[in-house]
Write a protein that binds this ligand. Structure first.
Ligand code: IPM
Ligand code: MG
Length: 363
């Protein structure tokens, strides 16, 4: 089969890790007889530098016409003034919004070979397997009004946390449907003891749950969820939550696995009548400018994001599994990048890790 992939390497370590994912895809393509056509675009700081904007209309048009997007990372110290009008993060937020990528899937799975490398005790993290589903196109990230202003009393700032019923409804359906393919348990996370948006969230999730009598639903408050995640992560199957809560909880959850560099993600939209809808795949870590260009980055989060793309956008399950097992074998054999290596002197570079994974793919 033939697929058109938009490559958006972005900033910092983005280009190095995306190169590894592309290598892996080429090998998968050869082995399983698929053709991947790539269109490379500049996003984030790389786009600001060339075009003065983080996301151009041309890039957006490519995104809309692609079968899927592989996204590296955005964020560049040259443009990191949070008050600036033009910022690298606008590329990511703009793509999420424009492509209506409302469902962000962030799997938190412990790799057995790394069980002793988690900052938590192995008996706590063992067998952890959570799918966090974060609402990605609404909530406080996008609510209006948002502004900063000055008065005689000093400076003020305002953001709006808002949710519409249909926005909660559609993400809840995604959560229940995914739970059906897993252990049939959904934990909805909110702050309903304080926030109106969370009260609505809870009401709507309960209503949607009526369509899924075979799936168990519980509600927990976001602060308690933060605690349970490090106290007893095994209690979770699917977690569904609002945009900002999901942002925070997934960084926390990623640390269970030992490194932020290991975690992939998929951002999906509703499929149209032809069954199409562009998905965006990216590791959850950022651009890590402090280690960029030094071969220190872990490409696994990016490579696993490519595996998610094969499975979720292209329906290529066997191919996705081949990548996952190549990564697992590499880890079992003790191969490590610096972020997960105990013995830093033996750590592989970004490219070496990419090559090792690719070699284990030829099957
Ligand atoms: C993430 C990131 C983004 C977010 C940033 C880069 C805007 O932290 O994908 O989790 O806050 O959503
Ligand atoms: Mg984040």
């Amino acid at each position: 089969m033939k697929f058109k992939i938009m490559l958006a390497p972005g900033d910092g370590i983005g280009p190095e890790i995306i190169e590894q994912a592309q290598k892996v895809l080429e090998t998968v393509g050869k082995r399983f007889d698929h053709q991947f056509e790539y269109v490379e675009t500049a996003v984030g700081g790389a786009s600001i530098e060339r075009y003065g904007r983080a996301l151009t209309e041309e890039t957006l048009a490519v995104a809309k016409s692609a079968d899927a997007i592989l996204f590296g990372a955005v964020g560049d110290p040259r443009y990191d003034d949070p008050t600036a009008e033009v910022r690298p993060e606008q590329a990511l937020l703009g793509l999420r919004r424009e492509l209506d990528l409302f469902a962000n899937l962030r799997p938190v799975k412990i790799w057995d070979p790394l069980i002793n490398d988690s900052p938590l005790k192995p008996e706590i993290v063992r067998d952890t397997d959570i799918m966090v589903i974060r609402e990605l196109t609404s909530g406080i990230y996008f609510g209006e009004p948002k502004k900063k202003w000055k008065t005689e009393q000093g400076r003020h700032a305002l953001n709006t946390m808002q949710y519409a019923e249909h926005e909660i409804e559609r993400i809840a359906h995604v959560a229940f449907q995914i739970a059906r393919l897993r252990n049939k348990r959904v934990t909805s996370v909110d702050k309903a003891n304080v926030l109106e948006t969370s009260q609505l969230w809870r009401e709507v999730v309960v209503e949607v749950a009526a369509d899924y009598p075979d799936v168990a639903l519980e509600h927990i408050l976001v602060d308690a969820c933060a605690m349970h995640l490090i106290n007893n992560p095994r209690r979770f199957d699917v977690i569904v939550t609002a945009n900002m809560f999901g942002d925070i909880l997934t960084d926390e959850a990623a640390m269970l696995t030992g490194s932020l560099g290991m975690m992939p993600s998929a951002s999906l939209t509703a499929r149209n009548a032809e069954g199409r809808g562009t998905g965006l795949y990216e590791p959850i870590h950022g651009s890590a400018p402090d280690i960029a260009g030094q071969g220190l980055a872990n490409p696994i989060g990016m490579i696993m994001s490519a595996a998610m793309m094969l499975r979720l956008s292209f329906g290529l399950d066997e191919e996705a599994k081949a990548i996952e097992s190549a990564v697992n074998t590499a880890l079992e054999q003790g191969l490590r990048t610096a972020d997960i290596a105990r013995d830093k002197a033996k750590a592989l570079s970004t490219t070496q890790m990419g090559d090792e994974i690719r070699e284990r793919l030829t099957g």
